[in-house]
Write a protein that binds this ligand. Structure first.
Ligand code: ATP
Ligand code: MG
Length: 440
């Protein structure tokens, strides 16, 4: 992408409305734009990051055996009347009427709809286990939308829904998502800690919020420090191994971690001084086993091996991609701007032409740009006629992991400079060596 032809409306000043650093940086870099309260456009730079986050989420969902579909944003109120949630949901639900005056709503979540899809076609336990997911916009008319896309009214959610014959099977499905989440957040460059969450009237040990620690987080959290050293399940994890996944779950839930709603002060205080952590956190995911809460009122049953009808056991599993993007920024930035983990960076590298119009600089940059693109890299080429200082500041601000700097003096010697955005380390290499290094 040539910066001269890209759309990246950088702001010079810090926007006054932004209270936290991620919101500030997302506005300054032109990643997002608020269209009305809590409703955002994702501009091209932001969209590139969001797409990469979604791709990682998708890969890990698929690896764990979940299957992607797509459900609509608008739902009929009827389904929600069946489950009993239409009245309960309150003002967070955006209710709409169509031209025939039928009550509709903009979905805040999809348990009802997926249960309806399930009951319309699945009749036998032989089709189980089943886990269906989509990545789709949701709307919740939050009382206090704030912090940009961290808490917005319209937001993206990956929501998965599992169906099983028995509670034991459902726990295995739960563990699959638990492991998939550990892998997902790790690949996004985050250390997310699963914390016991309130399961409401259903009870049990099977609801976890995945929380990343950040000073600007909205939740108050308490945990053991040892989470920092726990191993992330490997890429070749066998998701069919009931014992294997249970062992991972047991390990990750063996030490204390709770949000304030579930906090047990006595248990926390029994952890040695220096071993415990009381901090603030951002909820980036939430998984939940809820048994027959929806299958019962909505009549989602399958025939079991005994020939009888059984209500299916369900769980739901959410991740918020449009919250994850600012969460990643909260966890990874410095005074000059964003520092993207390579896995979600909007570009792998930025080629900075320090003297656009100078023939040697131009041709070197064109060569680098072409070589990196041909190797399948996402490259931003700053071919504008801005001053070098402005270009450096922009490159730092937007946080691309590697800067390839081509200035007249280096280019005359057949060289360019590489700068690592995270460490600031610089090295001078021949153009050939730079290309080899960046395409290796
Ligand atoms: P919160 O406690 O932050 O209000 P929630 O418990 O209502 O969230 P869930 O219903 O568990 O959220 O939704 C699953 C995921 O969707 C959350 O973990 C979060 O990542 C994301 N999410 C929920 N609400 C919002 C929102 N208003 N803006 C952005 N992302 C959200
Ligand atoms: Mg939650």
């Amino acid at each position: 992408m040539r910066l001269s032809r890209f759309f990246m409306p950088i702001l010079k000043e810090n926007p006054k409305e932004a209270e936290i650093v991620s919101h500030r940086l997302m506005l300054r870099t032109g990643m997002i734009r608020q269209q009305s309260q809590g409703i955002y456009s994702w501009l091209p730079l932001g969209k590139r990051v969001l797409d990469k986050v979604n791709a990682i989420i998708r890969e890990e969902q698929n690896r764990a055996g979940a299957i992607e579909l797509s459900m609509p944003t608008l739902q009929s109120a009827e389904l929600w009347q069946e489950s009993g949630r239409y009245e309960d949901y309150g003002k967070e639900m955006l209710r709409i009427r169509d031209r025939q005056d039928r009550p509709m709503l903009y979905g805040p979540t999809n348990e009802e709809m997926i249960t309806d899809i399930f009951r319309s076609s699945v009749k036998s336990y032989k089709s189980l286990p089943l886990n269906l997911y989509h990545i789709q916009l949701k709307f919740r008319d939050e009382i206090r939308p704030r912090f940009g896309t961290m808490r917005s009214r319209e937001f993206l959610m990956k929501d998965a829904y599992s169906f099983d014959l028995t509670q034991a099977d459902a726990i295995h499905s739960y563990n699959k998502m638990f492991v998939a989440y550990l892998r997902t957040f790790d690949r996004l460059g985050l250390r997310a800690i699963p914390m016991r969450a309130d399961t409401g009237p259903i009870g049990g040990n099977h609801s976890h919020e995945f929380i990343i620690l950040a000073d600007t987080g909205e939740s108050e959290v308490f945990c053991h420090k040892s989470f920092v050293d726990f191993d992330i399940p490997a890429v070749d994890t066998d998701f069919d191994s009931v014992e294997g996944l249970q062992a991972t779950f047991d390990k990750w839930t063996s030490v204390y971690a709770a949000t304030s709603e579930m906090h047990d002060a006595a248990a926390f205080d029994s952890i040695g001084e220096g071993e415990r952590l009381s901090a603030r956190g951002i909820e980036v995911g939430h998984i939940f086993y809820f048994g027959t809460k929806y299958s019962e009122p909505m009549g989602a049953k399958v025939q079991g091996p005994d020939g009888k009808e059984h209500l299916v056991h369900m769980g739901s599993y959410g991740i918020g991609p449009t919250r994850l993007v600012p969460a990643i920024i909260e966890a990874s930035h410095d005074e000059n701007g964003i520092i993207w983990p390579a896995s979600v960076a909007p570009f792998d590298a930025v080629v900075i032409n320090m003297k656009a119009g100078d023939q040697a600089c131009d041709s070197t940059c064109e060569r680098l740009y072409a070589a990196l693109q041909n190797a399948g890299k996402d490259v931003l080429y700053d071919d504008t006629d801005d001053r070098a200082g402005t270009k450096f500041a922009t490159a730092d601000l937007i946080g691309v992991p590697v800067q390839v700097i081509a200035g007249p003096r280096a280019v005359a010697a057949g060289e360019v400079e590489l700068k690592d955005r995270k460490t600031g380390a610089r090295e001078t290499l021949t153009i050939e060596a730079a290309i080899n290094k960046l395409t290796a």
